[in-house]
Design a protein around this ligand. Sequence first.
Ligand code: PLP
Length: 440
Amino acid sequence: MAIGRGGTAPRRRSGAGSGMWRGVARRVLRNGGAGSHRAASGAAAAQLRRRLESELEDIRGAGTWKSERVIASRQGPHVQLAGGGGGILNFCANNYLGLSSHPEVIRAAVEALEKFGAGLSSVRFICGTQSIHKDLEEKITRFHRREDAILYASCFDANAGIFETLLTAEDAVLSDELNHASIVDGIRLCKANKYRYKHVDMQDLEAKLQDAQKYRLRLVATDGAFSMDGDIAPLREMCQLAQKYDALVFIDDCHGTGFLGPNGRGTDELLGVMDKVTIVNSTLGKALGGAAGGYTTGPKPLIDLLRQRSRPYLFSNSLPPPVVACASKALDLLMESNAIAQSMTAKTQRFRSKMTAAGFTISGKDHPICPVMLGDARLAAVMAEDMLKRGIYVIGFSYPVVPKGKARIRVQISAVHSNEDIDRCVEAFTEVGRKHGALP
Ligand code: PLP
């Protein structure tokens, strides 16, 4: 036996092996066999598929399905849609200054691609920081007249990273109820005590600031300009309250940076409180060239801490060089002259006043986001479809993007729209509005 065992070691190993596999086979059989195991996961997948399909059907049924139109040209006031629709007038990009396709912005990106490559294959602190990243952070700092700035892959990331880094369970954050989803999500990630004040309601904010006196630090967080309503946060009053109750003010100025205020610095410049708003988060993906990227600018120790602790910064790739170059060139253009920042105001006024005269209700005031308020989700969707048939690209927004019963078509004016473009848009709205009963 001993010899047999020893002498037949290879066979025995193979025997042990097959025994092992037999054991596995027995276990599988006890559990219903390999086939039924696959069937079990197949059943789970089928159940998931049914649930997802039913959820999708609900969205379709509610008339709130968001489809994506495919553009086959550069971003601009006139675009070509895939499938042949050329010469479409585009009124739904955040391309406020028309810099997305500015020749100097494009050239800067091409040059950066050639000199610095397509990307860094790294996060910033490992080997993902190039001279152009530092240059852009320095320009952002100067543009906003703050102490320092830190880049992120997006403003969504900047908002995801700041609250958790800055606030603990000893602190409080007070957030406007209509703040952007990325602020809401960023706040969810932190342990601070959370207050939601009524939209731009300074009385409610004051009551909540009083309650929050028991905490170590109070941070008031608001969009500078609200992207769904085109209204602007009352930053002067907010900063006064912040002073009274020893709080800090944070703004997300994605819809203000580059064009609001005499030099396009944003809502804080527009309202004369650049020295009172402590932290600004914003995007490079809208007025500042429209490529991608976001940032935080504010006190240097905060920026230093974000570099050490902010998770979307630490654990996500560096901004690609062409993207950095687009924003950098956009900032150069804006810092050379305030003419670009000012170029949109007259066009915004033209659209708002002509639409109001036609009988539409336009939400907000003086902002290039001009929401045409319609109420009904289906009406917003069919009117947007009909506008496209007339060569005007606008988008209907409905629940859950905006509150139920407050559906709208959001029109966004760009500095590169001509007066004729704007007049064509108003005419098409008037026709379509009459056809669908939105106008008498
Ligand atoms: N904050 C606001 C107010 C926005 O409108 C957006 C984008 O839609 C973001 C943040 C996110 O910006 P980004 O596209 O850079 O992630």
